[in-house]
Design a protein around this ligand. Structure first.
Ligand code: PLP
Length: 370
């Protein structure tokens, strides 16, 4: 990949006053990027948090290394208890995994197969669907509504039309960042086939002000809610995820094999959970940068699905794959297209400085003014 506009070069342009002005609001302490000038391209492709683990989480992870020769099961218990207390559920309704990909894969293995279909939105995060397909399950894709919400009525109908093991609801959705409102989720839970389980993936929920469904696992045994420390907490490379469900469901998931947790991730997670400012500050910063970017695109005629997460999908009005390649050639790596929307691409919300680089590259590739 050639990088005619390297990030460093862009920052030189910015310093020369050629970059678009930022929103002018100082970054809150927790939102400070780890390194302002990093070599290489701007990475807006994997919905990672550009700020990384919080300073306290980084310190806790560093401090934990010396004790990492032990499994530290007690520390894992502390993190589980802290997650349970914040979610207002009993600790036996929470199980931790090294990332939320693992319970997603386990859920597909357990609850989908040749006689148990999976119903998902289209587009959505594909890990669960890929695993279900590999298990021989029929994966029924239901297009998102025009407002970006899951079409939960159509998804329930699809689940009634064939033996369905699992319905997957990603809220906010990846790639769109769009929300499915709580009243509609309640309707789904009341109207789905009784034997079908619902997995709600809340990987991005902390970026929105939508309520979590996690407390509802205390009332029902057919709901699994997943969370992750990979997104707002900035711990994608450290690996920690949460499965919340009735203890019977958690036991079924756990029966597929034990896998102790990385100690630095546990230490960083505990420090993150104990910081009451981290979620509101990062949520605010992300919303500010996302809204400014989407407004900039809108003024130039490029529409986005409404997003409440750290990603959004923009209609680039031409082949999305070629557009993403041209962006990468200009030093900004964005996400990909989904087959249902070949002219739209996913973009991760980065720092203000990264999104200024995004605007520069986008303007050049799309042929619009900065
Ligand atoms: N769920 C969603 C919706 C995601 O977008 C991702 C990662 O991008 C994951 C789950 C998996 O994240 P992790 O395994 O890092 O927790």
């Amino acid at each position: 990949m050639t990088l005619p506009t390297s990030r460093r070069h862009f920052l030189q342009l910015a310093g020369a006053g050629l970059a678009v002005a930022s929103t002018g609001v100082p970054l809150p302490g927790h939102a400070q990027p780890a390194a302002t000038i990093a070599p290489g391209p701007v990475l807006l492709n994997f919905n990672e948090c550009p700020y990384g683990p919080s300073p306290a989480a980084q310190q806790a992870a560093r401090d934990s290394i010396a004790g990492s020769g032990r499994y530290q099961f007690a520390l894992a218990g502390q993190v589980r208890d802290a997650v349970a207390a914040q979610a207002a559920v009993a600790a036996d309704h929470i199980r931790l995994y090294p990332g939320s990909s693992e319970p997603l894969n386990r859920a597909a293995t357990l609850w989908t197969g040749p006689q148990a279909a999976l119903v998902v939105a289209d587009p959505t995060f594909e890990t669960l669907g890929d695993m279900a397909k590999a298990r021989g399950a029929h994966v029924q894709k239901v297009p998102l509504r025009a407002d970006g919400a899951h079409d939960l009525r159509a998804m329930a109908a699809a689940a009634h039309a064939q033996p369905t093991g699992l319905i997957y609801v990603c809220n906010p959705n990846n790639p769109t960042g769009s929300i499915s409102p709580p009243a509609e989720l309640a309707w789904l839970l009341a109207n789905k086939p009784s034997a079908t389980r619902v997995l709600v993936d809340e990987a991005y929920l902390q970026y929105s002000d939508q309520p979590s469904l996690i407390a509802q696992v205390a009332q029902r045994d057919d709901l699994i809610v997943l969370r992750t420390f990979s997104k707002l907490y900035g711990m994608a490379g450290l690996r920690l995820g949460v499965a919340a469900a009735h203890p019977d469901r958690l036991r079924e998931l756990a029966r597929l094999g034990d896998n102790p947790l990385p100690v630095p991730a546990l230490a960083a997670a505990l420090a993150s959970l104990h910081d009451p400012e981290l979620i509101p500050q990062r949520r605010l910063q992300n919303a500010r940068v996302r809204q400014a970017t989407i407004a900039w695109l809108g003024k130039r005629g490029f529409s986005c699905v409404p997003s409440e997460a750290n990603c959004f999908v923009v209609d680039v009005q031409r082949d999305g794959t070629a557009f993403a390649k041209a962006m990468a050639d200009n030093g900004v790596v964005i996400g990909r297209s989904w087959p249902i929307w070949p002219q739209r691409v996913r973009v991760t919300v980065g720092t203000e400085e990264e999104m200024a680089a995004f605007r520069q590259a986008f303007a050049k590739v799309a042929g619009v003014p900065v």
